[in-house]
Design a protein around this ligand. Structure first.
Ligand SMILES: [Zn+2]
Length: 141
């Protein structure tokens, strides 16, 4: 239910697993095995985590911006940091220049797992603006 937030967290360099269709006990076991913090809006799941001793972040907001603000308050760095593929969470590496839409892009990254290419195009400016807005709301240094 927080997949959009997950993709944004990957944009700022966080390793975020996509649990897929796992049920609650499975999620908690997987979080423990992979030593991950479970992020959820489900109060009951958060309670299960607490009982099981798995670290959990209970998100309140139903909106993406609100959710990002909550993560920023918890110390997540809201700066574009291309290290993780937003689609598959695979690690990215700097790629050679790539051409798209008849433009040659200098800053490009390639997913080592699924091969998706990323480049600092016009959509990056929108992402950066959103992150800047969150930083300004949170008195970031
Ligand atoms: Zn990928």
């Amino acid at each position: 239910m927080l997949m959009r937030l997950g993709r944004w967290l990957r944009l700022v360099g966080t390793d975020v697993a996509n649990p897929g269709v796992a049920d609650d006990p499975e999620l908690v076991i997987r979080a423990r095995q992979e030593n991950r913090i479970l992020i959820t809006r489900d109060k009951r799941l958060a309670e299960v985590c607490r009982t099981a001793g798995v670290e959990c972040i209970l998100i309140q907001s139903t909106r993406l911006l609100g959710q990002l603000n909550e993560m920023a308050e918890l110390g997540a760095k809201m700066e574009l940091n291309p290290q993780r593929c937003t689609v598959c969470n695979g690690p990215l590496r700097g790629a050679v220049k790539c051409a798209s839409d008849q433009f040659l892009h200098e800053r490009t990254w390639e997913c080592l797992v699924c091969g998706k290419l990323y480049w600092a195009g016009s959509h990056w400016k929108r992402i950066e603006d959103t992150l800047k807005q969150i930083r300004s709301e949170k008195d970031y240094p």
